[in-house]
Design a binder for this molecule. Structure first.
Ligand code: ADP
Ligand code: F6P
Length: 467
């Protein structure tokens, strides 16, 4: 079997100490690599005044993590800049927040080149290389320029936006052209794959040469839909473990006689947190009988603090949670508990397990793993209800959730009311269907499907023939 080299901006080796970084990509890759002795390459999370290309190598459970520090200018132009001020908002349909600055694009290209140069000496001829997410779209082009002929795949964790949206990006053609230096490009859902294909077929005058193959810019590319999952088996085991059970007991004791609504999200404007708070406020305003019977716990660790839009959303949420508590709280009841810390995974499992409702309402989300974790953490005899945004990739799989339009506080309030009063039989019926999906399409299946497709020599030779 070939060695797998995973490349992502964020590297999150499974230390088991609970200090892993937060985010779907990090959670999924640490789980996916756990049984696959491979190499994980990316940013160390540190910045230095000048780039050296020096590698830090660490071993965890058979995984070798090789990371490199970023120069401060690179961090600002590539990570804070092009990745998180340009591509992130654009790919999440926030054209109003998308910043176009030539220095960001230059920083993005430079870091991809530096990553390629640093990674190049570590690559053996048979290695499969799997690159992740919007930070690293041009990486294959840079590796090819250095003579790398290995199979290289790319998986996009975030949405691929509609053709008319991506076309607003200066240099969009160059970005898409860079994707044709991969052998395989994978998306979370059919919708994102279709949007990509539409761009290629119309804007790039490409052609479809097989159901899953596109030809454009003089190259042939395999494309596919690979919905990411969670480490369902580990998670289910964790839920039954002592730490999660203890956390669940603590939460149950601290919310006694009340139903808890749980939200867990990085503090990001794409997560629809303001609209969610407004939905909860509406629920309390319209249903005086529910006051004191219910509380909302929102866990939202701060994220990307170097980007001003993230500082602004943080300030707005502080104000909004304060306003709701000021309006409705009593001496012995606070409707909103809002915390900005990270928790160990087994603690989170216990917290999810104590909740009656999982409230997951991103305005746009590539997949959303929190929705799947909430499902996996429920008691099969007395499960909670998932309220899910129709604009999360997960909505295409978790169809038995209560699906809502996250832009509408009224719809959120109505769904919450329905969830809080749902009878046991309906809750069990819905949960069983959700759990079957979460278990059946887990992170190992996702990894195996992608790696098998990437390693498929047959696909490679067919592509060469067609070329
Ligand atoms: P994104 O990748 O956009 O952050 P996802 O929902 O796909 O969104 O993934 C978020 C991941 O981060 C989940 O695995 C979730 O458990 C984890 N996470 C979110 N908040 C916390 C927190 N406060 N502490 C620990 N893990 C968290
Ligand atoms: O899943 C989307 C994503 O951007 C991942 O790429 C990333 O690991 C996560 O969100 C957290 O963001 P960041 O790496 O910027 O902290």
């Amino acid at each position: 079997m070939s060695r797998l080299i995973v490349v992502s901006n964020r590297v999150n080796p499974p230390t088991g100490k609970g200090d892993e970084s937060v985010g779907g990509l990090a959670m999924a890759l640490s789980a996916a690599l756990r049984q696959y002795s491979g190499l994980w390459f990316g940013w160390s999370g540190r910045t230095v005044p000048a780039f050296t290309g020096e590698l830090s190598i660490e071993e965890f459970d058979g995984v070798t993590a090789a990371t490199v520090d970023l120069e401060e200018t690179d961090f600002n132009e590539y990570y804070n800049g092009y990745a998180n001020k340009t591509l992130w908002p654009l790919f999440h349909y926030r054209m109003d927040l998308t910043a176009y600055d030539r220095s960001y694009g230059e920083g993005y290209e430079r870091v991809n080149r530096r990553f390629a140069e640093t990674l190049r000496p570590l690559i053996a001829p048979d290695d499969l290389i799997w690159v992740h997410d919007y930070h690293l779209i041009p990486l294959a082009r840079e590796l090819r320029a250095l003579g790398v002929r290995n199979r290289i795949g790319f998986f996009l964790h975030v949405p691929w936006p509609a053709y008319q949206v991506i076309a607003t990006l200066p240099g969009h053609r160059q970005l898409v052209q860079a994707m044709f230096d991969y052998d395989l490009v994978g998306f979370q859902t059919h919708e994102y794959l279709q949007a990509f294909e539409e761009y290629v077929l119309t804007e790039a005058a490409g052609e479809r040469i097989a159901p899953d193959k596109l030809r454009a810019f003089g190259h042939t590319l395999s494309v596919g839909e690979f919905p990411i999952g969670i480490d369902a088996k580990d998670f289910a085991q964790m839920v039954r473990g002592p730490r999660a059970r203890r956390m669940r007991d603590i939460m149950t004791a601290s919310t006694v006689f009340k139903q808890m609504i749980i939200g867990v999200d990085r503090l990001d404007y794409s997560k629809g947190l303001e609209e969610r708070f407004l939905g909860f406020e509406r629920l309390l305003a319209d249903n005086p009988d529910l006051r004191r019977e219910v509380l909302m716990l929102q866990i939202a660790p701060v994220s990307r603090e170097g980007v001003d839009t993230y500082q602004e959303i943080r300030a707005r949420l502080d104000a909004l949670s304060g306003r709701i508590n000021g309006e409705f709280a009593d001496v012995d009841w606070n409707p909103v508990r809002y915390v900005n810390r990270n928790y160990r995974r087994d603690d989170l499992a216990g917290i999810y397990g104590a909740a009656s409702v999982g409230l997951v309402t991103p305005l746009r989300d590539g997949m959303n793993l929190v929705a799947k974790e909430f499902v996996a953490a429920q008691d099969p005899q007395d499960p909670g209800v998932l309220v899910l945004s129709r604009f999360a990739g997960a909505a295409t799989q978790l169809k038995e959730a209560l699906l809502v339009n996250p832009n509408s506080p009224e719809e959120i309030a109505d769904a919450l009311k329905r969830a809080l009063s749902m009878g046991l039989a309906e809750r069990i019926r819905r949960w069983r269907a959700l759990f079957e999906n979460v278990q059946g399409e887990d992170v190992e299946g996702w990894r195996d499907a992608f790696v098998t497709a990437l390693a498929d020599d047959d696909a490679q030779s067919k592509a060469a023939l067609a070329g």
